[in-house]
Ligand binder design. Structure first.
Ligand code: HEM
Length: 439
C-alpha cells in the first residue's frame, strides 16, 4: 500500500477576516491560527462545531478562554478524559487488557498501572518523575553534551537548517539517552515517534481522525515499535545499565507491590516517545524565530542568563507547541461564557489561544521578560493530568539556549524560507534556513 503524501499547501481560504472564515482544522489553516484566535476571542470564545460531539446528537466546542480551560483541566470528575472513559469500558469487559485485539502496549499498561486517578499519581511519582519530571535535572550534563555535539556539526559553516540540524535531533537524542535506546537506531526512534503522533499531524477535524488506510499504516509502524521495544527491554533485563528502561525493569511499583511486566514497560516507553520528541522540537524552532524578530531579547538573555527561564516560558506561551487537544467531554449540562454546552459534548481545549487571552494577559502578544506569574500559562495544561515531561522539556530548552548563546553571536534568516507549518494540531515549522556569526 502506498503511503499518502499529506498536503502542506496554504489554505485556499487564506487569512480569516470574519468568524465565518474560521476553521482551525481546514487544510492550510495552521498558517493563520493566531489571526483566528483574535476573532474567536472577540466573537466566539466558546465556538460550536455542530454535530461533532462525543455522544450522538451533541456538538463539539472550541474553548479559547484561559479561565474556561483551567476550570476544565482541574476537574477530572466533571470533565472526564476520553482516554480514561475508553479504559473504563475496556476494564468493564473483565477480559485481560493484554489479550484484546488492537489494544496497544500503552492502553494495556494504563489499564494495569494507572486505572484510576490515585494510581495515575503514583505512576507519575514513582515511574516517570525520577527521569522526566522533578528528577529530570540528573539529565542536564548529558543534555549539555548533546547540544554542543549538534552545534559542533555546523558552527564553522555560518548557516544551518535549524529544524533538521538542531531542534529535531536534540530531543530525539536526549530521549534516546534517557531511555537507553541505542543512538545507532535514532532513525527508528524518529520513525516510531512519527507513527505515534500521526493523528495529531495528519488527522482531520478537531479530534484528529485518520482514514482506514492511514490507520492501517499507523498500526503497522506501532507494531514494529512494540516489537523493537520488547527486544530492548529483554536486553536491559539481561544487562541493566544507567537508563530509564533498566530502572523500569527493576523498580518495585508500590501500589501493586510488584515489579513491572515487559508490556507495562513497553507502554511507558510509548508514552515517553509520543510526548517527548516533537513538542520540544517545536518549542525550540519557534523560539529561534521569536529571537530573530526581537534582537533586544536575544541581547538580554545573552548578557543576563538569569532571564533565560522567563524567555522560554514566554516563548512557549506565545507559540504553544501543542495548540489544542480534544481530550475532554462534559459529564453534565454546562455553561461557558454564557454558551450552553450539553452533556456529552466534546471540548476542544485550545491551549494556544488561552495563552494569549487578553482577559488573562496584559499585552498578550508582547514577549515580556518581566511578566508576573508567567508560568500560569497552559502550555503543559494544569491539574492532575498536567504534562509529566514539562520539567525535562524546560531543562532541554534552557540548556539549548545557553549553549547557543555561548557559541553564536546572533541568528538571522537565510535564503529560501517559506515559513510553512505542518498540518494538524501542533505548531510545527517545517524548515528554517538561518545564518549566523560564531561567537
Ligand atoms: C514543550 C514541550 C511539551 C508540551 C508543549 C507538552 C504538552 C502537553 C500537554 C498539553 C499535555 C496534555 C495534558 C492534559 O491533557 O491535561 C501533555 C501530556 C503528556 N505529555 Fe507533554 N508536553 C511537552 C513535553 C513532553 C515531554 C518532554 C514528555 C516526555 C518526556 C511529555 C510527555 C507527556 C505525556 C506522557 C503526556 C500524557 C500524560 C497522561 O497520560 O495523562 N511531554 N503534554
Amino acid at each position: 500500500m502506498e503511503a499518502k503524501t499529506p498536503s502542506h499547501a496554504p489554505s485556499p481560504v487564506g487569512c480569516p477576516a470574519r468568524l465565518e472564515d474560521v476553521d482551525l482544522f481546514a487544510p492550510g489553516a495552521q498558517e493563520y491560527w493566531y489571526e483566528a484566535y483574535d476573532i474567536l476571542h472577540e466573537q466566539a470564545p466558546v465556538h460550536r462545531i455542530p454535530g461533532e460531539g462525543f455522544e450522538p446528537g451533541t456538538d463539539a466546542f472550541i474553548l479559547s478562554k484561559h479561565e474556561d480551560i483551567a476550570r476544565v483541566v482541574r476537574d477530572e470528575q466533571r470533565y472526564p478524559v476520553i482516554g480514561s472513559l475508553f479504559l473504563q469500558q475496556l476494564l468493564a469487559t473483565g477480559e485481560p487488557p493484554y489479550d484484546q485485539p488492537g489494544v496497544g502496549a500503552i492502553t494495556a499498561s494504563m489499564a494495569s498501572l494507572r486505572p484510576n486517578p490515585k494510581l495515575w499519581r503514583a505512576h507519575r511519582q514513582e515511574l516517570t518523575d525520577p527521569w522526566v519530571g522533578p528528577g529530570a535535572g540528573r539529565n542536564e550534563p548529558m543534555i549539555k553534551q548533546v547540544a554542543h555535539q549538534l552545534i559542533d556539526r555546523w558552527i564553522d559553516r555560518g548557516r544551518v537548517e535549524f529544524v533538521s540540524e538542531f531542534a529535531q535531533p536534540m530531543p530525539q537524542m536526549v530521549m534516546a539517552n534517557i531511555l537507553g535506546w541505542p543512538l545507532s537506531d535514532l532513525k527508528l526512534l524518529k520513525r516510531f515517534g512519527d507513527g505515534t503522533v500521526k493523528p495529531f499531524v495528519y488527522g482531520r477535524k478537531h479530534n484528529n481522525l485518520l482514514d482506514q488506510q492511514e490507520i492501517t499504516e499507523q498500526q503497522g509502524v506501532l507494531e514494529e515499535f512494540k516489537q523493537y521495544t520488547a527486544s530492548l527491554i529483554q536486553e536491559k533485563r539481561r544487562r541493566p545499565q544507567e537508563d530509564m528502561i533498566s530502572f523500569l525493569t527493576e523498580v518495585e511499583y508500590s501500589p501493586l507491590e510488584r515489579k513491572l511486566t515487559d508490556l507495562e514497560i513497553n507502554g511507558i516507553v510509548y508514552a515517553m516517545v509520543i510526548g517527548g520528541l516533537e513538542t520540544t522540537q517545536y518549542a525550540l524552532a519557534e523560539e529561534v524565530q521569536l529571537l530573530i524578530e526581537r534582537e533586544s531579547v536575544w541581547d538580554a538573555i545573552r548578557s543576563d542568563r538569569g532571564k533565560m527561564r522567563a524567555f522560554i516560558e514566554e516563548g512557549m506561551r506565545l507559540r504553544s507547541p501543542t495548540q489544542g487537544l480534544s481530550t475532554r467531554i462534559t459529564s453534565r449540562d454546562e455553561v461557558f461564557q454564557g454558551v450552553k454546552v450539553a452533556k456529552g459534548s466534546y471540548l476542544h481545549l485550545r491551549w494556544a489561544a488561552a495563552n494569549i487571552d487578553p482577559d488573562e494577559w496584559r499585552c498578550p502578544q508582547e514577549l515580556q521578560l518581566d511578566r508576573k506569574a508567567g508560568t500560569r500559562h497552559l502550555v503543559f495544561s494544569q491539574g492532575p493530568r498536567v504534562c509529566p515531561g514539562a520539567q525535562l522539556s524546560r531543562i532541554e530548552q534552557l540548556v539549548a539556549w545557553n549553549a547557543l548563546c555561548d557559541r553564536v553571536k546572533g541568528f538571522s534568516y537565510g535564503e529560501g524560507n517559506r515559513f510553512l507549518h505542518q498540518p494538524g494540531i501542533m505548531l510545527g515549522t517545517l524548515e528554517l534556513h538561518l545564518e549566523f556569526e560564531a561567537a
